[in-house]
Design a protein around this ligand. Structure first.
Ligand code: FMN
Length: 221
């Protein structure tokens, strides 16, 4: 698979089969992704990979917790600014509309939206997941490094015929994740990522993108 195909075929997949992902494939992907760049090569990512019984147990605990309506864990970072300004607010709302209409859920059907959201903590059925932590002492440039690393993982997964969904949703139940993983003190859970083979029966439609003229300025010839 060439790089363009990997980039354009990656999308957030929210329905996976239960076909296991081998440890060998995961190690190959994570070893290659470690070549992602980072300022001064500090490689600020701390990754935990879960499969099998431990992941099944975490999913059950997290889904039960969310279904029960427990409050979210104290935030370690803000997912979005409280007031998302234009054009981000419009893009976010377009995404919400696309997502829920693809699922046949009406905007005002809060319960159905909640049910769809709960699938996050079941990893959308994926048999593998990773959890990516970053040291709380590190700053914005290092968070950007982690983003590049995560995108490298997602593209390499495509080369292996796998799909993924990155999920900040896991940060909302970070203490439940920490009980399962026991990360050292001082790490912030940035996100989880569900990994597996796409279930074609579940719709994971392509999202749109702003035209190049909205996001890129060319200066010169
Ligand atoms: C950092 C990050 C966090 C995300 N968190 C979630 C999440 O918690 N749940 C979810 O269903 N999708 C999540 N997504 C997926 C985005 O909604 C998705 O990437 C975006 O809508 C663009 O669609 P695409 O990935 O299919 O191109 C996340 C993506 C990123 C990059």
């Amino acid at each position: 698979m060439d790089v363009y195909e990997a980039v354009t075929s990656r999308r957030a997949v929210r329905g996976f089969t239960d076909e296991p992902v081998s440890r060998e494939v995961l190690e190959r992907v994570l070893s290659a992704a470690a070549w992602a760049p980072s300022g001064s090569n500090i490689q600020p990512w701390n990754t935990y990979v879960m499969t099998g019984a431990p992941l099944a147990e975490l999913k059950t605990t997290a889904v039960e917790r969310v279904a029960h309506g427990d409050p979210w864990d104290k935030r370690q970072y803000k997912m979005y600014p409280s007031e998302l300004k234009s054009p981000y607010a419009e893009r976010r709302s377009a995404f919400g509309k696309e997502r829920y209409s693809a699922l046949g859920i009406a905007r005002e059907d809060w319960e159905a939206r909640q049910r769809a959201a709960i699938a996050n903590w079941n990893c959308f059925g994926a048999p593998a997941a990773l959890f990516c932590y970053i040291d709380c002492d590190l700053g914005r440039p290092q968070w950007a490094d982690v983003g590049m690393y995560l995108q490298s993982i997602m593209l390499l997964l495509r080369a292996e015929g796998l799909h993924s969904c990155t999920q900040m949703a896991w940060s909302q139940v970070r203490e439940t994740v920490a009980e399962a993983l026991s990360p050292p003190d001082g790490l912030i859970l940035f996100c989880g990522m569900s990994i597996g083979y796409e279930d074609p029966a579940v719709s994971s439609p392509r999202t749109g993108r702003a035209p190049l003229t909205e996001t890129v300025t060319f200066v010169g010839d």
